[in-house]
Ligand binder design. Structure first.
Ligand SMILES: C[S@@+](CC[C@H](N)C(=O)[O-])C[C@H]1O[C@@H](n2cnc3c(N)ncnc32)[C@H](O)[C@@H]1O
Length: 258
């Protein structure tokens, strides 16, 4: 549930706060009837079934396979890496944005690394994912960060410039109609010196895999990013100090807003 004081804090971070905020579903809805573009993957994200199995079954199985099985980082290691690359331990009371938060699994993991007085906002376009995020997120205990959720489009984040200390985007970039606009939007809402961490797909430089991956990508709407494509895209969006590592068909990147 978006607690009243957390909602007030979210409204203060918006570039243009609505006159009558729509919060009847437990998250701040800034999209209304608007949807994201229509691919097979996006339809699944908006379905009522996927949010129920996403965190416990879908993500561990599919991300696990894509990361190379036991050779890749575990889910907990992914989450720990996000907290470390975002430098949350050195940012007391941080204000953090989790873009494409889905059912809030990463949002809650980020909140574990944020100290009292901090705020972690999960942002997503899917109403069904956000309903699940609200249901699965306990009220913040004393001494922990507050968590709130906002329904919005990653390519046009509704927050004021430099509103956040850190931005995370795990498992979302490959679904967006315009991932480069989304990265530019994330750079805009980060304060100078603020950190970004991204987990997305990786197109390995193996020519034999190319046609198969292109076919899957075309059929599902899941974009595969080359290694240089991602680092160059981060640079073009205004980020510096880019670091990157790949694990099978997934890659992680960290960067700083100068
Ligand atoms: C696979 S889930 C990722 C959940 C979580 N971040 C994780 O790593 O497990 C991807 C999410 O991206 C969201 N999404 C897709 N396009 C979006 C957009 N344009 N703006 C905001 N969220 C979007 C979907 O609704 C979905 O909940």
């Amino acid at each position: 549930m978006v607690a009243d004081d957390a909602l007030d804090r979210v409204l203060k971070l918006l570039a243009s706060p609505p006159v009558r905020p729509e919060v009847s579903h437990g998250y701040l809805d800034l999209l209304g009837e608007e949807g994201t573009h229509d691919t097979l993957a996006q339809r699944l994200m908006r379905s009522s079934g996927l949010p129920r199995i996403y965190e416990q079954v879908w993500r561990p199985v599919l991300f696990g396979l894509a990361k190379g099985g036991p050779l890749g980082p575990s889910t907990d290691q992914e989450y720990a890496l996000a907290r470390a690359w975002l430098d949350l331990a050195a940012t007391p009371g941080a204000t953090v944005l989790d873009v494409a938060c889905g059912p809030g699994n990463v949002t809650r993991a980020l909140a574990e690394g944020v100290t009292d007085g901090g705020l972690v906002i999960g942002a997503d376009a899917s109403a069904t994912m956000l309903s699940r995020a609200v249901a699965d997120t306990p009220a913040s205990a004393p001494g922990t960060a507050e968590v709130a959720y906002v329904r919005c489009d990653a390519a046009d984040l509704p927050f004021a410039d430099a509103a956040f200390d850190a931005v995370c985007c795990y498992g979302g970039l490959y679904l967006f109609a315009d991932p480069w606009a989304a990265l530019a939007s994330m750079a805009r809402v980060l304060r100078p010196g603020g950190r970004l961490v991204v987990l997305t797909t990786h197109r390995p430089g193996l020519p034999l895999l190319g046609p198969g991956l292109a076919a899957v990508s075309g059929a599902t709407g899941i974009r595969m990013f080359g290694a240089r494509e991602l680092t160059e895209g981060l640079g073009a969006a205004g980020f510096s100090a880019v670091r990157r590592r790949s694990h099978g068909l997934m890659q992680l990147a960290g960067a700083t807003r100068p």
